[in-house]
Design a protein around this ligand. Structure first.
Ligand code: ADP
Length: 452
């Protein structure tokens, strides 16, 4: 059963992990799709406002062309090398004017986005007689080749358009053609937030579905474990009660067999001894049945017959009776309180305290210390023994119905696992509480707190 539960848990965990991974993959795919969609949207919007590109820089564009021509001719004359030409193209004087112009246009026509941009020059090639090509430079787009724009880096920026321009010229009766290619890169400020906002619905939905799944999984698991515990506890209880019933029944069986013998019946002494054995076993059976019956009541089903009692006197009487039954056990009382009047059910509380005291003896103690204390509104009765103690991990389960530390078919000590359950129910019915502190091998301290 345990193996099956573990297998089930393992499978469920794997299924959950796979499901979460699929969910993450779907969210990531949606994110990528949304990013692509966002880029397309920005590209389209920019295309619309810059379709008529020349209206941005009609004056500047002609200046730019003039500069390009001038530089080409300087190059033909051999006055400047390629690198110098490149540097002059990039260090043009209309840089800031064009940047501002385009920036203003973005702000006016696309007010919902804050856009940074860069126009990068990729190619600057001269063709003489359409045959001989002279490449001043031809590079992949990178930010150092920025013609104008306010973008500082191409990270997170995306390509909006590439523009190939040709300029025809004539130098010393020689036709030449200048081919340039520039690309516009833009980056939208806070674009991640914009995408996330657009994905809120899908994110919340997937998070909720995963959380629901995990919650359902935990609930199902808890129910399964609880069921398994209940079934274990029931099996233990049946084993225990069968064991408890077997001994008196066997003794009763033997006793009746003996009584059938005529010579026994004729001997008074033997007869009486057998009858008293039968009566003892009968009482034991009765006690067992009473115990099971009494403990089938829950805390709210117990009817208390409360009366005002002097608690220290009441405890002393229990201790005195206990000493008679267990003369070999040393019981020390340290009452820090005197004549405390509490409203209690004498009968049930006596049984509860006796359960704790009997447990102390049953579980290896020879000295028991009983203390009373009062602080503020609480009266505490603590019972400390020097018995075998209880492991820390078992302590939270002690007060559960049928729980025994000694589980399975071990029967070193007799019991049904009902004693402490009863104690807990009775104290709760008094609106009090009981707790345990214990060290394995050292002893156990039970503290009963009652309302003063
Ligand atoms: P039981 O009939 O088994 O004694 P109880 O409900 O009285 O049932 O106690 C539950 C379990 O708690 C016991 O099986 C025992 O292992 C443990 N226990 C109770 N009291 C003590 C104690 N004083 N010292 C050590 N173990 C104890």
């Amino acid at each position: 059963m345990k193996q099956r539960i573990n297998l089930l848990i393992a499978f469920s965990v794997v299924a959950l992990v796979v499901l979460s991974a699929v969910q993450c993959y779907l969210v990531k795919t949606t994110y990528d799709y949304k990013v692509a969609q966002f880029h397309t949207q920005i590209k389209n919007e920019i295309a619309q406002i810059t379709n008529n590109y020349s209206d941005i820089d009609s004056v500047l564009v002609s200046k730019k062309e003039a500069l390009y021509k001038n530089l080409s001719e300087t190059y033909f004359l051999g006055r400047k090398n390629r690198l110098e030409i490149k540097n002059e193209v990039l260090r043009n004087e209309y840089q800031s004017a064009l940047t501002q112009e385009i920036q203003r246009k973005f702000e006016r026509d696309l007010p919902n986005f804050k856009i940074d941009f860069a126009i990068i020059l990729n190619k600057f090639i001269l063709y003489q007689n359409t045959k001989k090509a002279d490449t001043i430079f031809s590079e992949k787009p990178f930010i150092q080749n920025k013609l104008y724009g306010n973008l500082a880096s191409l990270n997170h920026a995306f390509l909006v358009r590439s523009y190939v321009g040709t300029t025809n010229g004539n130098f010393k009766n020689q036709e030449y053609k200048l081919l340039t290619e520039d690309s516009m890169y833009v980056s939208v400020i806070d674009w991640e937030m914009i995408i996330l906002r657009r994905m809120t619905f899908i994110l919340v939905l997937s998070l909720l579905s995963i959380l629901t799944l995990i919650t359902l999984f935990i609930i199902a698991l808890k129910a399964l474990i609880k069921q398994k515990k209940v079934s274990d506890v029931k099996t233990d209880f049946i084993n225990n009660i069968t064991h408890e019933l077997k001994t008196p029944l066997a003794t009763l069986g033997i006793s009746t067999k003996i009584l059938e013998q005529k010579n026994i019946r004729e001997n008074d002494e033997n007869f009486n001894s057998i009858v008293s054995t039968i009566s003892r076993q009968n009482n034991r059976l009765q006690n067992l049945i009473d115990q099971v019956m009494a403990n089938s009541l829950a805390e709210n089903e117990i009817e208390l017959q409360k009366e005002k009692i002097e608690t220290e006197d009441f405890l002393q009487t229990i201790v005195n009776d206990f000493k008679i039954t267990y003369p070999e056990i040393k019981i020390i009382t340290h009452f820090e309180t005197q004549k405390t009047n509490l409203i209690l059910d004498k009968f049930h509380l006596t049984t509860a305290i006796l359960n704790v005291l009997e447990n102390a003896v049953k579980y290896g103690s020879n000295t028991i210390v009983i203390r009373t204390k009062q602080f503020e509104e609480q009266f505490s009765i603590s019972i400390e023994d020097n018995g075998i103690g209880i492991a820390k991990n078992k302590q939270p389960l002690l007060f559960e119905k049928f729980y025994r530390v000694e589980q399975g078919n071990l029967h070193n000590t007799k019991g049904l696992g009902l004693g402490l359950y009863y104690v807990d129910q009775i104290i709760k019915a008094h609106q009090g509480s009981v707790n345990v502190i214990s060290d394995l091998g050292k002893g156990t301290l039970f503290t009963i707190l009652l309302k003063a």
